[in-house]
Each structure stands twice: as C-alpha cells, then as structure tokens.
Design a protein around this ligand. Structure first.
Ligand code: BV8
Length: 232
C-alpha cells in the first residue's frame, strides 16, 4: 500500500515544541511570518538568528512522543511505500526512528551557505558564525524555507501524491501552502484522505475521514489499523 504522510507542528506539540498557533503566531512580539522571511534576514539578521538559535537550543530539551514512534513503525513495515513529509524543522521524526523523513521546510540542525548553497550539519548558535567552510563567504543562514521561498523536494512529493492510495495529514492547521493543497491533489488522483488533528483544520472539508484528538493517541491507533489492513 503506497502511503504519503504529512505532519505539522501539532505532532511535536506533546513533546513540548510550541506550535505556530500557540502564542497566536508571535515570537517575542514578532509575527512569525515577519522573522521567517528572506527580507527579514537581510533587514535584521541578528533577530532572525536569535529566533532560530533559540529554537535550535530548545531541541535539547524535548523528546519524540508516541506519534513520532508509531510513524517509525509504519516506515519499518512499508519501506519505500511510505513517504513521510514534514513541515517541521525539528529532528523529532529522526530521533523517533524515521531517518528518511523529507523536511519540505528545512531543518534547524543544518546551516545553508547563501553564497555557494553548501549545507552543513549545525549545532549551537549561528549568530556570529564563522565563514562558510566551503567558499569562505560569511553567508551562513538557517537551512529553513522562509515564506516566499520554494519548498524542498516538491517533485518527489508531487510524484508520491499522484500514486498514493492513502494520504494522511497529522497536526497541521492547513494554513500554509503548498502543503495545505496536498490533500486536494492526492484526492484528485484517487487517494483515501485522512486527517488526524486536535481540532478540525482549515482544510478539514477536503478529507474523507477526519479524526480529532491528540496525535499521541490518534496516530498509534491509525498506524495499527493501517498495518492490520496491509497484513490482511
Ligand atoms: C511558496 C519554516 C512558491 C520556517 C515555514 C496560496 C494561497 C495563499 C498564500 C500562499 C499561497 N501559496 C503560497 C503562499 C504564500 C505562503 C503561505 O502559504 N502563506 C500563508 C501564511 C497564507 N507560502 C509560501 O511562501 C511557501 N512558498 O509558496 O513558494 C511555490 C509554491 C509551490 C511550488 C513551488 C513554489 C513557503 C512556506 C514555508 C514557510 N516556512 N516553516 C520556520 O519554521 O520558522 S511554514 C511553518 O508554518 C511551518 O513549517 C508550517 O508549514 C506552518 C505552520 O503550520 P502548522 O505546522 O500546521 O502549525 P500550526 O501551529 O499552524 O497548526 C498546528 C495544528 O496542530 C493546529 O491545527 C492544532 O490544532 C494542531 N494540534 C495542536 N496540538 C496537537 C495538534 N494536533 C494533534 N495533536 C496535538 N497534540
């Protein structure tokens, strides 16, 4: 069974990672969409670095939860028939046992050189970072996709959506595109669509099957159901 799973901030909420909706989308009084843009980085790189340095440091204080681990179990069983895509930039899917998760919006623990596009695993603050080890330019930036930038892996994602039998969306408000449009694309190609979210998302009407509650309960139950179907 070919399955595509898309996750958002809600899957990491019970691990202690604040969602975008939490704090009404504000970070230290900044609208998140104001600090998560290339324009903001040009205008005020220090504030943007402090925003991501704080989130990167917080990763040391959180652990994967049963929802992350259940998806790892699904990945074990389905192998290449599962494409796990996340909008999250935390590393809880990997630490929960899903090494091949596709981070369509980037990763906190990675630096991107804006001059030569080199990517480097990154720990600790990036403010006052040394020049790029590859090209020597002082052009390191957080390796995340900002508003107005093109998400990563779109070709692979669209191809998987068009051949999926099941599309499952977990812990996302459906407010940010192109991720919010995946359900309609998958449904148009015949996939069964499932939403697992604390409350109905902005795109809830597009899902054939919507279940509401905490991911730590809904995801293990849905994975068990899916594995039973695959093994039937
Ligand atoms: C692009 C990285 C061109 C940085 C992020 C069409 C219409 C309108 C606008 C647009 C459009 N197309 C493009 C746009 C512009 C823009 C956009 O969508 N703007 C929005 C604000 C209207 N999109 C872009 O700019 C994108 N780029 O379009 O390029 C293109 C398009 C297609 C193909 C090629 C090129 C780039 C967007 C990426 C921006 N970067 N993150 C960072 O993290 O700092 S987005 C960021 O915000 C996250 O990654 C995520 O995507 C989004 C937050 O949403 P969620 O993850 O859903 O989190 P949220 O808090 O909103 O909701 C949490 C949900 O979980 C809630 O529903 C809650 O109820 C639930 N929940 C809570 N607790 C639990 C739970 N569920 C279960 N269990 C729980 N315990």
């Amino acid at each position: 069974m070919r399955v595509v799973v898309l996750t958002g901030a809600g899957i990491s909420a019970e691990s202690g990672v604040p969602t975008f909706r939490d704090a009404d989308g504000l970070w230290e009084g900044h609208r998140v969409t104001d600090v998560a843009t290339p324009e903001a980085f040009v205008a005020d790189p220090e504030t943007v670095h402090r925003f991501y340095d704080a989130r990167r440091a917080a990763l040391d204080t959180v652990e994967p939860n049963p929802a992350h681990r259940a998806l790892a179990e699904l990945g074990e069983a389905l192998g290449d028939d599962l494409l796990l895509v996340t909008q999250n930039i935390d590393d809880l899917h990997e630490r929960g046992g899903s090494p091949d998760v596709l981070h369509m919006h980037g990763r906190l623990r990675s630096a991107l050189c804006a001059a030569c596009d080199a990517r480097t695993p990154w720990e600790g603050p990036m403010l006052d970072a040394p020049p790029c080890a590859g090209c020597g330019e002082a052009a390191l930036r957080p390796d995340v996709v900002w508003f107005g930038e093109v998400p990563l892996g779109m070709d692979r994602i669209v191809e998987a959506l068009e051949s999926a039998e099941v599309f499952c969306c977990i812990g996302t408000s459906g407010a940010v595109y192109p991720a919010a449009g995946f359900v309609q694309h998958a449904a148009a190609y015949g996939a069964r669509t499932v939403e697992l979210n604390l409350v109905p998302s902005e795109g809830t009407a597009y899902f054939a099957d919507s279940r509401h509650g905490p991911a730590s309960a809904l995801v293990p139950a849905w994975v068990a159901e899916t594995l039973a179907e695959v093994r039937a």
